[in-house]
Ligand binder design. Structure first.
Ligand code: FE2
Length: 238
């Protein structure tokens, strides 16, 4: 718990993870390749959650976050490690493995990466409004923050079945809302993720049951605009 709080502080202040390499480190911390005490070494290790399990209440309860992070996210890492054990893919950075893999390895690698990205898109006492270049790009491409939020919410509500609603951009910073099914990610479409919302039922069903629109609405009180802004500026600089 002490370590989790330290990492939460590092992420919240922008120190450490963000300043030492940008998006790839934020979504794929160096601790991924280290081992926790008493654990055997695995190719891919689930990063620590950047806040406590109960820190996103009332948007997401401790029970909801516990199932999502400790059961679902952990299971993708466990399955991925079993699939790549002893194979060359085990030595790839996770992001690269997502980009070049297919089938079961892709499904589990992408879900491992997507969830790490998603958890970084949220923060305790989040919300507010974006600043800087991202705010300007939202206004340019969607007219206003309110229009963008409605477009993303409508897209997320309409996504059939399991998947993710992404805000992504190209290298010039053109924004695009992408509804993608199952484990699919903008990384497979030559786009850089800026923000995402997990709309698999496992992400919200304990707290919201079948009311996906109410879960989507809650995002705006927990969104981590600083992280999204960081991802956007890093993508445009590439
Ligand atoms: Fe999920």
């Amino acid at each position: 718990m002490r370590r989790r709080r330290f990492l939460a502080t590092s992420l919240a202040t922008g120190a450490g993870l963000w300043s030492s390499g940008g998006l790839s480190l934020a979504a794929e911390p160096k601790s991924e390749r280290t081992t926790k005490k008493g654990e055997s070494k695995m190719a891919f290790q689930q990063p620590q959650l950047p806040y406590a399990l109960d820190a996103l209440q009332p948007f997401l309860s401790k029970e909801q976050m516990s199932y999502h992070y400790e059961k679902h996210h952990a299971a993708y890492f466990k399955k991925l490690n079993s699939l790549v054990e002893g194979k060359p893919e085990a030595s790839l950075p996770l992001r690269q493995l997502v980009i070049q893999s297919t089938g079961g390895v892709f499904n589990n690698a992408a879900q491992a990466w997507n969830h790490t990205f998603f958890f970084n898109c949220l923060k305790p006492k989040g919300g507010g409004v974006p600043q800087g270049p991202l705010a300007a790009a939202i206004e340019r491409d969607y007219g206003s923050l309110q229009d963008f939020q409605k477009a993303l919410a409508d897209t997320a509500a309409a996504l059939f079945g399991s998947g993710w609603t992404w805000l992504a951009c190209d290298q010039k910073g053109k924004l695009e809302i992408m509804p993608l099914g199952n484990a699919d990610t903008p990384l497979k479409h030559q786009r850089e993720p800026v923000l995402t919302l997990d709309v698999w039922e496992h992400a919200y069903y304990i707290d919201y049951r079948n009311e996906r629109p109410r879960y989507i609405e809650g995002l705006w009180n927990a969104v981590n605009w600083d992280f999204a802004q960081h991802c956007f500026t890093a993508a445009v600089k590439q």
